[in-house]
Each structure stands twice: as C-alpha cells, then as structure tokens.
Design a protein around this ligand. Structure first.
Ligand code: HPA
Length: 278
C-alpha cells in the first residue's frame, strides 16, 4: 500500500520552521530554475537548509539551492523556497508540495509561485514574463495528483473547485505593478508536465492546440495544494526558451539558467511591487 503524508507530518515540518525563525511569514515565494537570485533581496533572513527540515524534499537539480529563507521583503515577512523538488527527480507529489502545506499550517495567506518555462505562444521570447491566469493539469489528468489518497478535511475539501486557482485580486495587483514599471507582462495558460524530457515538436503542437501558452515541469501541483488549502496563489512563468514546434532548434537546461539572469530582475520588480501593495 502506498504511503501518504499525514497532517501530523506536515505539522512536524511546520513546527521545525516555526522554531527556527524569528519571523512570522505571511507570504511564500517559490523560486524556479535559475531564479534563485531573487532570494538575495530578502533582508534580515533566517536561513534553513531543506535537508534539516523533517520530510522536506531535496532538489538535486542545478540551479536549485535547497534553502529556505525567512525574512523581510518590501516590509512583508516572507518565506522563500530557494529551489524546489520535482516529480521527475523521483519525489512523489505529496513531498513535492509539502512546502505548500507547511505554508498553510504556518497560517500564511498567499504564495507566489515562479518557474522557468518554454514559450508555446508564438509571440513570447526568452526573457519575457507571463502571468499565469490558468493551468492545464496534465500530470493530474494522467493520474498524478498531490491530492490523491485519503483527504484530511481539516486541510481542504475532497473535491476542490479549480476555477479561480490563480487569485484574481493578486493578478490585478501584478498587472498594476507591471504597468507602473513599464514592464511587459504576458498573460496565459501554463501547462505542467512531469518531464524530465523537453517536449517533442509533436507534443508541443498538441499542447498549443490544447490552449497552452507556456510549458514547464512544476507549479501546477503546488497551485493545486495551495488552492485546496485556502492559500491564495499568484504565478509567474519566466520564459527561458522558445518551444520548438517545428523541430528546428534544441532546448537545453543551460539555456534555462542563462535566461534566468534576464528574468530575475524583472520578477524581482513584480514580486516587490506586489508585496508592497499587499
Ligand atoms: N519545456 C519544459 N520545461 C521547461 C522548458 C521547456 O521548454 N523550459 C524551461 N522549463
């Protein structure tokens, strides 16, 4: 029989975090591949190693530092997950999303999820940022949901609605911040796949037909768990590469990390602006 994580185990992780910080974080920030630099902006940080937190999954991917920083950003107390674990590394989705349960049990109000993504939308170019307004839960459709298993009603409902997963008011804040800073902010649908292969040209043509604008290997399970648990979600995709719908180019992880250098200052402006208005 498969083992599922229980509320008691999420609580153990949350208790560890609470015992190791002077701050009471209100907003979570999950930093995607190559975007870890955003953590440098956090002031007065308590720094935890993921490997010390009970049940916390370890990322093995280059570009993911494996730290949790709790400190101040734009006057808000934030918990920053610098590096995330992915399904393709072999973690099950309950472990992948455990940090979100910890945020929920710490009483945090919102989480800002960021990722590196390939552009399916023909107008997006590397370095662009897309506000995630909806997702296609491809992993979930294939039977891999972080909510599979016994449902603890004290964490959320058995059959959660997913029609407003990306908080409309937070999306409005992000739009306002982009406008005020003269930043182009695309809006679109993110499709989450399990990876680790990048998509074939035929996969990408299929995903385009299905309505996806950006593609990546994370975020959706976290958004599902946050929404299930009543934590408001804001999501940004940093476009690291053009998806290769015609097979004419190849995609590499190095490209993803390089684009992160351009995307990080843009995301920093957006995240700071949103936090300042919360
Ligand atoms: N596909 C999937 N995941 C990704 C990509 C991509 O093209 N770029 C960055 N993460």
């Amino acid at each position: 029989m498969e083992q599922f994580l229980t509320r008691a185990e999420f609580q153990e992780a949350a208790d560890y975090v609470r015992a190791h910080t002077r701050h009471q974080p209100r907003v979570g920030l999950v930093l995607g591949s190559g975007l870890g630099g955003l953590a440098d902006a956090v002031e007065d940080a308590d720094i935890l190693q993921c490997s010390d937190i009970p049940h916390w999954p370890k990322s093995t991917v280059e570009g993911h530092a494996g730290r949790v920083l709790i400190g101040k950003l734009e006057g808000q107390s934030v918990l920053v997950q610098q590096g995330r674990a992915h399904f393709y590394e072999g973690h099950d989705l309950q472990h992948v999303t455990l940090p979100i349960r910890v945020m929920q049990l710490l009483g945090m109000e919102a989480v800002i999820l960021t990722n590196a993504a390939g552009a399916i939308h023909p107008d997006y170019v590397p370095g662009d940022v897309m506000l995630i307004t909806d997702h296609i839960n491809f992993m979930g459709m294939a039977g891999f949901s972080p909510l599979r298993g016994p449902n603890d009603p004290t964490l959320g409902p058995r059959f959660p609605d997913m029609s407003r997963t990306y908080d409309p008011a937070l999306c409005d804040l992000a739009r306002a911040v982009a406008r005020e800073n003269g930043l182009t902010l695309h809006e679109g649908v993110y499709v989450g796949l399990s990876g680790p292969t990048f998509e074939s040209p035929a996969d990408l043509r299929f995903l385009r037909t299905a309505g996806a604008d950006a593609v990546g290997m994370s975020t959706v399970p976290e958004a599902v768990v946050a929404h299930h648990g009543g934590v408001r979600v804001l999501g940004f995709s940093g476009i690291s590469n053009k998806a290769n719908l015609d097979g004419s180019t190849i995609t590499t992880h190095q490209e993803v990390l390089d684009a992160g250098l351009v995307i990080t200052p843009r995301l920093t402006t957006l995240v700071r602006g949103v936090l300042g208005r919360l």
